[in-house]
Design a protein around this ligand. Structure first.
Ligand code: UDP
Length: 234
């Protein structure tokens, strides 16, 4: 497969067009960003770790019958993915209160949600990714009623599969963000699943094993990502 030109460059990844119109190459960069891109650093080794972790988690989901864009790991920091029609909606699932929800609603971090909370956000940097109600998603024509129900169903299915898999590896899946796209009218899970897009806490010690180490300047970033890789690949 030949890498042609970049189709899209985000904060942490580049999507490359290839000589196969059905497939793209997703390259993971070493850039770490937070707070709307105002905090930005290059962290050696991050791209390789996120590619490995994402490949494992997409492989797990595929084995459990979840339709994803993941085709295969291509190199240390690249994977082959299916080309999708982008849906500008981020779907967040929360099992435990953290991050923006704690700030927005003034609740205590660590509060558990059974059943989990599903949220939608508009993927728009200029607008700072505002939260959307289901009515907003429908009214803005971002997804149909049926697709909204399907997005929620798929996101909760991913939560169940990953939550159980991680629990067996002594990791609490606090929350995560998913992005979906359309292929031949069908919703397909895209983007990445990594400690950049999920919150992972050690189940015994509560230690943070995700991008919050960067957001909160906690140090031990690569060590934590390495530990996640060790556990998801065991
Ligand atoms: N998240 C993400 N990209 C975003 C926003 C959130 O991957 O643009 C992930 C984030 O890592 C966390 C979950 O979605 O696992 C919920 O994030 P939250 O809304 O708490 O926002 P944050 O604390 O990142 O501002």
């Amino acid at each position: 497969m030949k890498k042609l030109k970049p189709l899209y460059e985000g904060k942490a990844k580049i999507l490359w067009e290839t000589d196969d119109p059905r497939h793209m190459i997703q390259e993971f960069k070493n850039d770490a960003t937070a707070f709307d891109g105002t905090k930005h650093e290059k962290i050696e080794g991050k791209g390789v770790l996120n590619n490995r972790i994402s490949s494992h988690l997409f492989g797990l989901l595929r084995d459990k019958g979840v339709r994803t864009h993941f085709v295969d790991k291509l190199s240390d920091n690249e994977m082959i993915v299916e080309r999708l029609e982008r849906l500008p909606v981020e779907v967040v699932v929360r099992n435990v209160a953290a991050g923006s929800m704690v700030k927005r609603l003034g609740i205590e971090a660590g509060r558990k949600f059974v059943p989990p909370v599903v949220e939608f956000y508009l993927k728009d940097d200029a607008l700072h990714d505002p939260i959307l109600s289901e009515e907003h998603v429908r009214a803005l024509g971002l997804a149909t009623e049926e697709q909204i129900a399907e997005l929620k169903r798929r996101a909760l299915e991913v939560n169940t599969i990953m939550g159980e898999f991680l629990r067996e590896r002594n990791i609490v899946l606090v929350d995560f963000k998913l992005e979906f796209g359309l292929k031949d009218g069908e919703l397909v899970l895209g983007d990445e699943i990594s400690p950049d897009t999920c919150r992972f806490h050690d189940a015994s010690t509560g230690e943070i094993m995700d991008k919050d180490r960067f957001r909160q300047d906690l140090g031990g970033f690569i060590e934590a990502y390495n530990e996640v890789l060790n556990r998801v690949s065991s």
